[in-house]
Design a protein around this ligand. Sequence first.
Ligand SMILES: Nc1ncnc2c1ncn2[C@@H]1O[C@H](COP(=O)(O)OP(=O)(O)O)[C@@H](O)[C@H]1O
Ligand SMILES: Cc1cn([C@H]2C[C@H](O)[C@@H](COP(=O)(O)OP(=O)(O)O)O2)c(=O)[nH]c1=O
Length: 201
Amino acid sequence: MVLRGKFIVIEGPDGAGKTTQSKLLSQFLHSKGIKYLYTREPGGTKTGDKIRDILLNPESKISNMAECLLYASARAQLVNEIIQPALNEGTWVIADRYLHSSIVYQGMGLDLGIDIVEDINKIATTGLMPDVTFLIDLDTNTSLGRINRSKDRIESRGEVYFRKVREGYLNLAEKYGMIKIDGNKSVEEISLELIKNIPLK
Ligand SMILES: Nc1ncnc2c1ncn2[C@@H]1O[C@H](COP(=O)(O)OP(=O)(O)O)[C@@H](O)[C@H]1O
Ligand SMILES: Cc1cn([C@H]2C[C@H](O)[C@@H](COP(=O)(O)OP(=O)(O)O)O2)c(=O)[nH]c1=O
């Protein structure tokens, strides 16, 4: 019997350092001889990348519920096509964002409500939940200050929205057993904290 791969999710506001840490964690798993793959949301499949273009394009006109459902659709495709098959064959998955992002950005940030976003995502993911979830927490001024490219549709929402996002993550952390990490620490320190909490056994 093949041992199921571990499913690791890295969450946090835009600019918190998720992509940087995903890369370092990938290197760590590689050094341990663990087969892994990296996914980022929205996207990670051909269909998901098309949905990503719609979602992030500042020209798109999308209602709040349509936005929530589009993120969930991209996620459903990612779970079905990539994540679940990988875990089944023993490959680990490092996911740069998962359903927690929808609960926070759409459920709390857009006031759609936590319950409905949870329900939609339970269906979209067939209930697949991570083995470990990290929350890289960072104050809004610092995280927004780290984004030095042109802003996409979500990033253009401004400071008030992103304060709700940050608070949302902090409020959700306990319910979802997220391991909270201070995003103000150095890249190396954060990486060590992640590695310390990786279930190698
Ligand atoms: N711990 C850190 N301290 C300072 N700068 C960081 C840290 N982690 C990441 N950065 C920088 O912040 C920016 C956003 O990082 P990134 O990993 O892309 O964040 P995210 O994926 O969460 O949006 C990048 O320029 C990156 O080099
Ligand atoms: C996965 C997901 C992302 N998002 C947002 C967060 C980001 O602003 C955007 C994804 O952009 P991306 O550039 O990949 O994220 P980051 O800036 O963190 O590296 O989509 C949601 O609003 N809901 C979701 O469910």
